[in-house]
Design a protein around this ligand. Structure first.
Ligand SMILES: [Fe+2]
Ligand SMILES: [Fe+2]
Length: 247
């Protein structure tokens, strides 16, 4: 489902049903960027049909400019070949921390790939995107990205949450109580099995540093919907979830 998040930022992609009625999102984010669209993660192959339909609706005749990969796990790259078949001139922007010869699919050619370095900012089709190390990740080399124009922080696997079917595609400001701590906890508990061995206050302090340096207006997680209504509430609930999961 295409959801307009803010300005030229859109959310597409699907979700999958898990156990006991809880669902997990696998989202893709699109910045239309006035003639040079940018896509953040490629989505899952199980949602290829819908993702491509939604991308074509959003882009129309404008060719896709860049695909930014947070990391190379299948839910984030499974639809990549279909995207590159449709727009063969699109470039891939990946973390300098990944090993391209083992982590990217074999059919990705070297000249398609551009490396992005944590702590740097580059312009893509006139849009300034900055890069930082992922604070919570399940794969080395995962990076987060920030678009200052919309204030969007793309957080890959972090800030996801599980939700009941009734909340599929709902933003935090469309839920009466926002996104509950319990939903955030359910997701992070299963996605990051190492968290019980981690100091929660340290995770939260690192997250605070990231937010302290940027004017974050939207948090864009792959495994949840964009958080755009009340960032302070969303981060406070994330902090609470960390303190309850971690040691
Ligand atoms: Fe991951
Ligand atoms: Fe993921």
């Amino acid at each position: 489902m295409i959801r307009h998040v803010k300005d030229d930022l859109y959310q597409i992609g699907g979700s999958v049903a898990g156990h006991d009625g809880w669902h997990e999102a696998v989202r893709v984010y699109v910045l239309l960027n006035d003639g040079c669209p940018l896509v953040f993660d490629a989505g899952s192959h199980v949602h290829s049909h819908d993702i491509m339909d939604e991308l074509k609706q959003l882009l129309g005749d404008t060719p896709l400019g860049y695909v930014f990969l947070t990391h190379t796990e299948l839910p984030h790259t499974g639809n990549l070949s279909v995207i590159l078949n449709q727009w063969p001139d699109a470039r891939l922007v990946v973390s300098s921390g990944i090993l391209p010869h083992v982590e990217l699919p074999w059919w990705v050619t070297a000249d398609q790939v551009m490396f992005a370095y944590a702590g740097t900012e580059e312009s893509y089709g006139g849009r300034h995107i900055s890069f930082l190390d992922g604070i919570l990740k399940d794969q080395p080399g995962t990076h987060w990205m920030y678009d200052a124009a919309t204030g969007t922080l793309f957080t890959a696997d972090a800030f996801g949450y599980l939700f009941p079917a009734s909340a599929d595609a709902a933003f935090d400001d469309e839920l009466a109580e926002g996104i509950p701590v319990d939903w955030i906890k359910r997701y992070h508990d299963s996605a990051f099995r190492f968290l019980p061995q981690v100091a929660g206050h340290k995770v939260n302090a690192d997250i605070d540093k990231v937010f302290g340096k940027r004017s974050v207006q939207v948090i864009a997680p792959t495994h949840g919907n964009a958080m755009r209504g009340n960032i302070a509430t969303c981060t406070a609930r994330f902090h609470q979830a960390m303190l309850e999961i971690c040691s």
